[in-house]
Write a protein that binds this ligand. Structure first.
Ligand code: HEC
Length: 103
């Protein structure tokens, strides 16, 4: 009887971990989908001159570029406005997401 309780508690705990991971993945895709309109699904751009691909670029480089857009140091047509909509923590999460996509 006691064993059943322990096993049940362990199963509950592990499904909570899986749910948290699913939610995290969903949250990240929600952040990245805003970028997909221009940079392509998963950061692989197909058309559109002047819109660089993001997939597979080093996360640190993406973070630096987003921060430079946000602070206005980097010249841009649209990215200065867009980057201002994200916190530094969100920028790091988005950068890791695109960095982990296959170019
Ligand atoms: C409306 C179209 C559009 C959207 C939406 C958009 N971008 Fe951009 N992005 C651009 C363009 C165009 C450039 C080139 C710089 C410029 O002119 O602003 C660029 C440049 C960049 C660069 C520099 C890449 C390089 O190699 O020079 C990064 C990084 C970037 N975008 C990240 C993002 C992220 C992350 C998002 C989503 C939060 C996003 N962009 C959403 C159009 C867009």
């Amino acid at each position: 009887m006691k064993f059943k309780w322990v096993a049940g508690a362990a199963m509950l705990a592990s499904s909570a971990v899986v749910m948290a991971q699913d939610q995290q993945a969903l949250y990240l895709e929600g952040l990245a989908v805003t970028c997909a309109a221009c940079h392509g699904i998963d950061g692989r751009v197909h058309a559109g001159p002047g819109v660089p691909a993001l997939a597979g670029k080093p996360a640190q480089e993406l973070v630096r570029q987003m921060r430079d857009f946000k602070s206005g140091t980097s010249p841009a047509t649209v990215m200065q406005q867009i980057s201002k909509g994200y916190s530094d923590a969100q920028i790091e999460q988005i950068a890791r997401y695109f960095s982990s996509q296959t170019p």
